[in-house]
Design a protein around this ligand. Structure first.
Ligand code: GUN
Length: 274
């Protein structure tokens, strides 16, 4: 039976450390959160980010803009926040309405305030080992592994998914930890053969319960980034938890695994932005 990696507990530890630092060093940190339109999932995420800020002692500025906001208006707001010395972090909630170019918006955020770690300069810095903000979900996975005592040095790590937000930065972070890294995706031939090599298998493919035990080596550590609602409205991940748990050595549940880490690492980035 696998050990469960408890993201709720570990995210609480990270948040408490941030809170202590803010208190001890009397930090005045401000995060500007911009939401365009009212996508219900985004509203929930933004609400959770605001709550986390309150808990840590970070001031949050909420910009709730209507769906019809133009790209020019949004870029002007980002520019204004870039110039505002009282604002330390800027977060534009994605996805944006289709008439706005997301890449252009991300590139307009000052890399000094890019607490999401999405700016090309932040990604470039990560790829060559320079300091910069790191995308929150992969940074959170590194914390889950470290704080659960999972050795990464010299291990085979297979990542399923190549997104800019999770798969690619995850690979760079695992390389930094001296793992041997493979990235798989929808065109990978013989996916099962590749994933079965993994000592650490990180799954971010966006397909409910896709990874069953045939994809997993006995004793592997399995990290599930997916989150979906099944036919009974119950949350599940990209990994078939019931099927895989008996053969893994450690596994993250959904919910309560990777999910809570994203906000915890965002808070950590905000404190670092000061
Ligand atoms: N939408 C879903 N996840 C995220 C995230 O981590 N950051 C931003 N800005 N938007 C998101």
């Amino acid at each position: 039976m696998a050990k469960r990696i408890d993201g709720k507990l570990i995210s609480a530890q990270v948040k408490d450390e941030c809170r202590e630092k803010v208190k001890k060093e009397n930090l005045e940190v401000t995060l500007a959160v911009i939401q365009v339109g009212n996508d219900p999932a985004s509203t929930v995420y933004v609400g959770n980010k605001k709550k986390a800020c309150e808990y840590i002692g970070i001031r949050s500025l909420a910009y709730e803009l209507p769906e019809e906001t133009t790209e020019k208006q949004l870029l002007e707001l980002v520019e204004k926040l870039n110039q505002d010395d009282t604002v330390n972090g800027i977060l534009v909630q994605l996805p944006l309405p289709s008439h706005i170019d997301e890449d252009k918006v991300i590139e307009t955020i000052s890399p000094k305030k890019d607490v999401d770690g999405f700016h090309p300069q932040s990604v470039g810095a990560l790829s060559i080992g320079q300091p910069g903000f790191v995308s929150c979900t992969p940074a959170g996975i590194i914390q889950l592994l470290k704080r659960s005592g999972v050795e990464m040095d010299g291990k085979e790590c297979v990542i399923v998914g190549r997104s800019n937000i999770v798969g690619k930065p995850m690979a760079l972070l695992m390389l930094r930890e001296n793992a041997t890294v493979t990235i798989c995706h929808s065109h990978t031939a013989n996916l099962k053969e590749v994933t079965k090599r993994a000592d650490i298998l990180i799954v971010a493919i966006g397909k409910p319960k896709f990874i069953t035990r045939e994809y997993v080596k006995e004793g592997a550590v399995v990290i599930d980034v997916g989150i979906h609602r099944n036919e009974n409205n119950k949350l599940c991940g990209d990994v078939d938890f019931e099927d895989v748990e008996p053969i893994a050595s450690a596994i993250t549940p959904v919910p309560g695994g990777v999910g809570p880490m994203t906000i915890a690492m965002l808070m950590n980035n905000c404190v670092e932005a000061k």
